[in-house]
Design a protein around this ligand. Structure first.
Ligand SMILES: Cc1cc2nc3c(=O)[nH]c(=O)nc-3n(C[C@H](O)[C@H](O)[C@H](O)COP(=O)(O)O)c2cc1C
Length: 143
C-alpha cells in the first residue's frame, strides 16, 4: 500500500508527528511519502492508496479553535478522493477541541473514508502515531 502523509506545520511538531506516522506505516510493510500539505497536488492524491493528513491547532483563546486555516485551505484545493481510506491527526498546545472533527469533515466532503484520528500534545508529537498507522494500514482499499 502507498500512503501519503501530508502535514501543515509551522514550527515542526506536526512534521515530527507526520514522520512518526510515516515510519509506523513503513514498519507495517507499506510505503509512506511525506509531503507538506500546501505542496500536495491532485497527482499525489491519485498516486496513493491511503492518506494521513495532519495539522496544528490554531485558535484565538477558546473561540474558533480548529485546524490551522492553511490546512483547511489546502484540503479545500484537493481533488475528490473516491472513498480512499484516510486518517487525521493534529498536534496541540492546550486542547484540540473540535479540530479532528472539523478536519475529518473536510476530508469526508472530498469523498475520503476517515478510519482513524489522533491528537497529540506538542510535547509528545509522536504519541498515538503507531495506532493511527495500524488502523489506516488495516483499512480496505476502495474497489
Ligand atoms: C497562532 C497560534 C495559535 C494557536 N492556538 C492554539 C489553540 O487555540 N489551542 C491549542 O491547543 N493550541 C494552539 N496553538 C498551539 C499549536 O497548535 C501547537 O504548538 C502545535 O503543536 C504547533 O504545531 P507545529 O509545530 O507543527 O506548527 C497555537 C499556536 C499558534 C502559533
Amino acid at each position: 500500500m502507498e500512503v501519503l502523509v501530508a502535514y501543515e506545520s509551522r514550527s515542526g511538531r506536526t512534521r515530527r508527528a507526520a514522520e512518526a506516522v510515516a515510519s509506523a506505516v513503513r514498519e507495517r510493510g507499506s510505503n509512506a511519502t511525506l509531503k507538506a500539505l500546501a505542496e500536495t497536488t491532485a497527482q499525489d492524491i491519485e498516486k496513493h492508496d491511503a492518506l494521513a493528513i495532519g495539522t496544528w491547532v490554531e485558535g484565538f483563546i477558546v473561540v474558533k479553535v480548529g485546524p490551522a486555516k492553511a490546512a483547511l485551505e489546502a484540503v479545500g484545493r484537493l481533488p475528490a478522493m473516491g472513498g480512499k481510506p484516510a486518517a487525521v491527526f493534529c498536534t496541540y498546545g492546550v486542547n484540540p477541541r473540535g479540530t479532528l472533527a472539523t478536519l475529518r469533515r473536510s476530508l469526508e466532503a472530498k469523498g475520503a473514508t476517515v478510519v482513524a484520528e489522533n491528537a497529540s500534545p506538542r510535547s509528545h508529537p509522536e504519541r498515538g502515531a503507531t495506532e493511527l498507522a495500524e488502523r489506516l494500514c488495516a483499512s480496505p482499499r476502495p474497489t
